[in-house]
Design a protein around this ligand. Sequence first.
Ligand SMILES: NC(=O)c1ccc[n+]([C@@H]2O[C@H](COP(=O)([O-])OP(=O)(O)OC[C@H]3O[C@@H](n4cnc5c(N)ncnc54)[C@H](OP(=O)(O)O)[C@@H]3O)[C@@H](O)[C@H]2O)c1
Length: 259
Amino acid sequence: MQLTGNTILITGGTSGIGLELAKELIGRKNTVVITGRKKEKLDQAKKQLPQVHVIRSDVSQAAEIQALLERVTGEFPDLNILINNAGVMRSINLVADKNSKDDITDEIDINLKGPIRMAQAFLPHLKRKPHSAIVNVSSGLAFVPLPISPVYCATKAALHSFTLSLRAQLIRTNVRVFELAPPATQTDILSDFDPEVMKGVSVMKVGDMVKAALEGMEQDRLEIRPGQSNQLKFMSRLAPEFILKQMSRSVDHMLSAPG
Ligand SMILES: NC(=O)c1ccc[n+]([C@@H]2O[C@H](COP(=O)([O-])OP(=O)(O)OC[C@H]3O[C@@H](n4cnc5c(N)ncnc54)[C@H](OP(=O)(O)O)[C@@H]3O)[C@@H](O)[C@H]2O)c1
């Protein structure tokens, strides 16, 4: 896919992978609109990238998606690429009763229902464009779970599956469906994780990850698995029990932590 001269909407574009994608895509002469929940982060992104267009919108709220559709297609009628990038990741101890959260399904609303609703809302518009695409940002953890983040990994596995179905259904349209499955990448999403858990994980620089992602899109690789994500997919097929056991080591530290 040609990555110049497009009009692109990136959900969750105020930091990390989304912001880096915005920066690179603006550099390649695309019009880029980003969303996020927090006004301060949107203002900060605008300061950093004066050419970016910012809209406050929460992907977990169906009404906000509808309002976003109306605004974006009104102000940017040439919109032809949607990047479903917004996401959150938490470590959740399912064993500790007192730690159980009433917001346990938040990741489902943001990481899974969000992209599904966005695709449904924006498809009628995208189908009318001669060249268009939906990019779903899943994770290497879509292929094998990291059991300290059980809900997150479930959403990414489900998003991977949804993307396969979406791609199959859109086969006769002009809408290409990409999946970007990043490996551990240096962004704010990892900041809450205990360094002990991250020991031995090789974390990719966000700039390198985004370069690999854009290269994949330019080469029409529909499932883009930079760095260790490729190994996770391979191992999940070759030696599923072995790789799950490796990934499950993260739980030892969680279960032995006080409280
Ligand atoms: N970094 C990694 O290691 C890694 C690995 C694999 C996959 N990923 C995926 O990559 C994507 C981007 O994550 P990141 O690493 O760049 O993390 P990040 O720096 O924390 O960025 C997350 C972005 O999503 C936005 N966001 C969160 N909830 C939202 C909501 N309900 N509605 C709209 N925007 C929302 C955040 O802004 P606000 O908080 O202001 O809303 C922020 O702009 C996520 O889908 C993540 O799962 C990351």
